[in-house]
Design a protein. Structure first.
Length: 194
């Protein structure tokens, strides 16, 4: 195997470190989530209050926010509303962990997913993987749309330039046709005069 192939294979094996903000009021619960997600190669940043979590989210980019509703229900829903309301974080994937019966409120606030306590960690990990894969596809679509928008703008400029050139060519043609008619008329007058 050549060196380039070995590097590509090594790069394919390495997974980009994904960052998760885990917010909640129970430090023990957050630590357990952080440890288990860390074992899955996630970098987890902890926040023990809604204001701290929102400050962290605005200060740096995260791939996902995990909000444990051990914080007061209103704070968790307020956090989701704040995340959805900010232009920079409107697309940040959010999973809310909470008590049964509160899922509809979380979804109405803008959560991408809800997982009722108690939950199996493997289910949480699968949901995180699914949501991050969807977020990656959305980001790719955004990049593709931006590239298409740029191509459309370039084509519109080219079309405008082509229209201007065509208009100039039509004007030149019209002037040339007028000149030919004048010459033709003068030649006809000279033939009639001779």
């Amino acid at each position: 195997m050549d060196q380039a192939s070995a590097q590509r294979l090594a790069g394919a094996r390495r997974k980009a470190v994904r960052t998760v903000l885990a917010a909640g009021s129970c430090r023990a619960s957050l630590n357990e989530i952080a440890q288990r997600l860390g074992n899955l190669d996630y970098l987890v940043v902890l926040a023990e209050s809604a204001p701290q979590a929102l400050e962290l989210i605005s200060a740096r980019g995260f791939d996902l926010a995990l909000i444990d509703v051990l914080t007061p229900e209103n704070s968790a829903l307020h956090m989701v509303n704040e995340i959805r309301g900010a232009r920079d974080t409107t697309d940040l994937p959010v999973i809310v962990l909470g008590h049964a019966g509160r899922a509809i409120e979380a979804f109405r606030a803008g959560a991408d997913d809800w997982l009722a306590r108690p939950f199996a960690f493997d289910e949480l990990a699968a949901r995180i993987d699914r949501i991050l894969a969807r977020a990656d596809r959305i980001e790719e679509l955004k990049r593709t749309n931006l590239a298409l928008d740029a191509r459309i703008a370039a084509r519109a400029i080219e079309l405008g330039e082509a229209k201007a050139e065509l208009a100039a060519a039509r004007t030149d043609r019209s002037q040339l046709m007028s000149s030919i008619r004048r010459l033709h008329d003068e030649l006809a007058l000279q033939r009639n005069a001779a």
